[in-house]
Unconditional design. Sequence first.
Length: 183
Amino acid sequence: MAVRPILTIKDERLYQVSEPVTKFDRNLRNLVRDMFDSMAAEGGVGLAAVQIGVLQRVIVIDLVEKGFIKGAFVNPRLLAASEELQDGEEGCLSVPGLSAQLKRPRWVKIGYQDLSGNEKTIEGEMLLARAFLHEMDHLDGKVFVDQLEPEIHRLLAGDIERIKQGLPVENPKVPEYRKKKSA
């Protein structure tokens, strides 16, 4: 369909709460196609609709290359999460060139609707759990850099400010999970 520009953290829309989807129609399917196209164009593994300026509760994830899934999740909600945490690297298409360690639950169970409005559940662990939680945070107006431990946030404050000013990070880093597998 179409590649849409990805909003960066200088755009206030990223900090707004997205609205639930109530119409499961061609417009929703077109949005999801645009989201997949936009995410792929930037080399991402997950995207929330708000990141392309649409304040609807829709996320897409493509982790097939990493051994997980590819799918669209409408009105996702967290049903359960493990108390056991994982510490892992996170990056974000809306925070280009920056990644950092962030603790998240190791396992999650998500309730959502498919593109026809049918209720479903899915479980994920490790990178998939991280991707679900990261993208769902966007739907609530949260960006991963605002959830970093205070010391890590302080270390990255200069780069975060550069991105908010529309400037590139001086030493950009691509998160490991975004790198292609070797053949």
